[in-house]
Design a protein around this ligand. Structure first.
Ligand code: ADP
Ligand code: MG
Length: 239
């Protein structure tokens, strides 16, 4: 479904991604693990068309070449990002935030069905449709961010550290929700630092360190890999 090859990305002189390649098959859930600064957010932004990358990068999605496509066109094709920090509009209601996510080709055509699907997935949001998002808890806001991304009826949902800053019980609830989304047939690319929980919903994983992929395996293999914690912690383990 998604094929990425040769992705390099620099911020000025700083090389944040160095020749990153990977694939994701239809229906797969993949997790990208890595410590702060590894390049995880840059990877998702590049795939979404939100950062410029090197000329030798190739991105294909569902057989379509995305490499030079604008961000909104990628969303129309079924690629949707839940960004780091969620990117919500706190002064707008839950419903208005969701409708902003529906402003794509698939989203407009199936707005009613998509809204029914996300309210089914998140009954709490249905009950609070008119609440201002800025008055909600972190966990609730993360639900709104995921629901908004689902309003564009994505084939591939990308999530940037969805569990960051949430209480453990809320994290459990979040990963249960991601399991339901996976079961509904949506592929997912999840960037996380929560190794155990994210591998619990994933088929496979990749490990990133300073802009490169340094390891990969099935979720089972990575969960039982004694070196993972060391590799994953990278240089921060020495601090
Ligand atoms: N807008 C930016 N300008 C300059 N450097 C950046 C910018 N965004 C990220 N970086 C740097 O690029 C590297 C990768 O960052 P990022 O992709 O955010 O990593 P992660 O999401 O894994 O924490 C880091 O060294 C970070 O400081
Ligand atoms: Mg990040």
């Amino acid at each position: 479904m998604l094929n990425l090859s040769g992705l390099s990305l620099s911020y000025g002189k700083h090389l944040a991604l160095d020749n990153v390649s990977f694939e994701l098959a239809v229906g797969e859930t993949i997790v990208i693990l890595g410590s702060n600064g590894a390049g995880k957010s840059s990877l998702l932004k590049a795939l979404s068309g939100l950062e410029a990358y090197s000329d030798n990068t190739r991105i294909s999605f569902d057989g379509v070449d995305l490499t030079n496509m604008a961000a909104h066109q990628r969303v129309d094709l079924g690629l949707s990002l839940v960004p780091e920090g969620r990117g919500l509009f706190p002064a707008l209601s839950v419903e208005d935030n969701l409708l902003l996510g529906a402003n794509t080709r698939n989203g407009r055509a199936r707005e009613k069905e998509n809204k029914a699907y996300v309210f089914d997935l998140f009954p709490k949001l249905k009950a609070r449709a008119s609440q201002l998002v800025g008055t909600m808890s972190g966990g609730e806001q993360q639900m709104v961010a995921i629901a908004r991304a689902l309003m564009s009826a994505p084939k591939l949902l990308m999530l940037d550290e969805p569990s960051l800053g949430l209480a453990p019980i809320v994290v459990n609830e979040l990963f249960e929700t991601l399991k339901s989304i996976r079961a509904s047939g949506v592929s997912m690319l999840i960037v996380e630092q929560n190794v155990q929980a994210s591998l619990g919903v994933a088929d496979r994983g990749y490990v990133m360190e300073t802009g490169r992929i340094v390891g990969e395996g099935s979720a089972q293999e990575l969960l039982s890999d004694p070196n993972l914690e060391k590799a994953y912690l990278g240089t921060s383990a020495e601090i």
